[in-house]
Design a protein around this ligand. Structure first.
Ligand code: CAA
Length: 389
């Protein structure tokens, strides 16, 4: 075995990666299977992650974060997800989907009031774009925000909100001018305790079961106008910009799951014997190991590249949609492929709840779906390459 990755990490990168690895092994590994089984939200470990600065790695210290770069965030997220993808997505939504949009488009007051508690891990943030009838076609949302004096009145139903049942604050997208379609969407910060906001039933899920997901129901929910992010009509652009950041996080999550599944399969292939030799000595298994490892390392390069592109965009203001979509597409499909092969290499034991391999298989699937399906990533990449709008 070589010591991949051969990648120029700074001492700070290595420090945060090792700290996340250590935390995940000591604090999350012992409880991951139990919380997957119960579907309970892991409040205690998420609180500890907040205390250690993992909930706002990339957020400037002025706003309660750890002030590190995009690559540091990806490295830490990967380590958390090697152990448990549920903790990983809570961290990712908090940092990328919630904080990122307010940081990039919000006012100074909004950053102080609504990023500080979330980045420092004292509260949990979530992002709410999808509706029962609009997932991939996000611009066709039906929910309405109507201006009334110094506030907006929000009505509608949002679905598939990660951390929906537990979040303290939400970034919510609603139509302020439906005739303008995507250009009629606006973004708001909503306090989870607002009157007129109800959390729907918690979704029973195949994987990432310790991450809580629900609908949000808005019935005449009044939000101060000062909680609008950016101008009226800028919401769709904000939602898409934020998803570019989020997709790198999901790619890192996918990579972490794939690495865990791969390592389990590699060890099993060396130990388990059949027909008088370790199963890894059969080319049928050995070639699977080769493909798994190669795809994992290719994913890593795409993800680290996307993280560097994101970091550069903080200076240039440019977009990194292509890099983010390629990283998410390749890493999520790799994760599903690797987890599938890991179950197969384990045979019956791969299907058993006694080992975590079946959990990796169930957790990997969502990375091909949320924050833009693989089909949407292909759409973004092909439109970008062909110059099609
Ligand atoms: N950054 C900045 N602006 C962007 C952008 C981006 N990445 N992508 C699009 N825009 C802008 C465009 O430039 C355009 O503006 P102009 O007209 O001024 O040029 C405007 O937005 C509309 O763009 P499109 O015409 O491309 O819009 P579209 O309706 O065709 O949609 C899409 C494009 C890529 C399909 C988009 O709808 C999309 O990404 N869909 C998937 C949504 C998604 O990922 N949902 C997951 C939600 S979160 C979740 O999963 C739950 C969770 O809690 C984790």
């Amino acid at each position: 075995m070589t010591n991949l990755p051969i990648y120029p990490l700074t001492d700070e990168h290595k420090m945060i990666r090792d700290a996340a690895r250590d935390f995940a092994q000591k604090e999350i590994a012992p409880i991951a299977a139990e919380f997957d089984e119960s579907g309970d939200f892991p409040y205690a470990t998420i609180k500890k992650m907040g205390d250690l600065g993992f909930m706002g790695i990339e957020i400037p210290e002025t706003y309660g974060g750890s002030g590190m770069d995009a690559l540091a965030y990806v490295l830490a997220l990967e380590e958390i997800c090697k152990v448990d993808a549920s903790h990983g997505v809570i961290m990712s939504v908090n940092s990328s989907l919630y904080c990122h949009g307010i940081l990039k488009f919000g006012t100074e007051d909004q950053k102080k009031k609504f990023v500080m508690p979330i980045a420092s891990g004292k509260a949990i943030g979530a992002y709410s774009l999808t509706e029962p009838q609009s997932g991939s076609d996000a611009g066709s949302m039906k929910s309405r925000a109507t201006r009334d004096g110094d506030s907006y009145v929000l009505n509608g139903r949002k679905s598939w909100v990660t951390s929906g049942p537990v979040a303290d604050y939400f970034v919510v997208f609603m139509m302020t001018d439906p005739e303008k379609k995507q250009k009629g969407v606006s973004a708001f910060i909503v306090d989870g305790k607002s009157k007129g906001l109800t959390r729907g039933k918690k979704e029973p899920k195949l994987g990432i079961r310790a991450s809580a997901t629900s609908e949000l129901i808005f019935e005449d929910c009044r939000v101060p106008a000062e909680n609008r992010i950016g101008e009226e009509g800028e919401g769709f652009k904000i939602a898409m910009t934020v998803l570019d950041a989020g997709r790198i996080g999901i790619a890192a999550q996918a990579l972490g799951i794939a690495e865990a599944a791969y390592e389990a399969a590699r060890q099993y292939a060396g130990q388990r014997e059949a027909f008088g030799q370790p199963i890894g000595a059969f080319q049928g298994t050995g070639f699977k190991i080769a493909d798994m490892k190669t795809r994992i390392e290719a994913s890593r390069l795409l993800i680290y590249n996307a993280a560097i592109a994101k970091e550069q965009s903080k200076q240039s203001g440019g977009r990194y949609s292509l890099e983010a979509s390629m990283a998410k597409l390749f890493a999520s499909e790799t994760s599903m492929y690797v987890a599938h092969q890991a179950v197969q290499i384990h045979g019956g034991m791969g299907y058993s709840r006694e080992l975590p391999v079946e959990r990796y298989f169930r957790d990997a699937k969502i990375t091909e779906i949320y924050e833009g399906t693989s089909e949407i990533q292909r759409l973004v990449i092909s439109r970008s390459e062909l110059g099609i709008k």
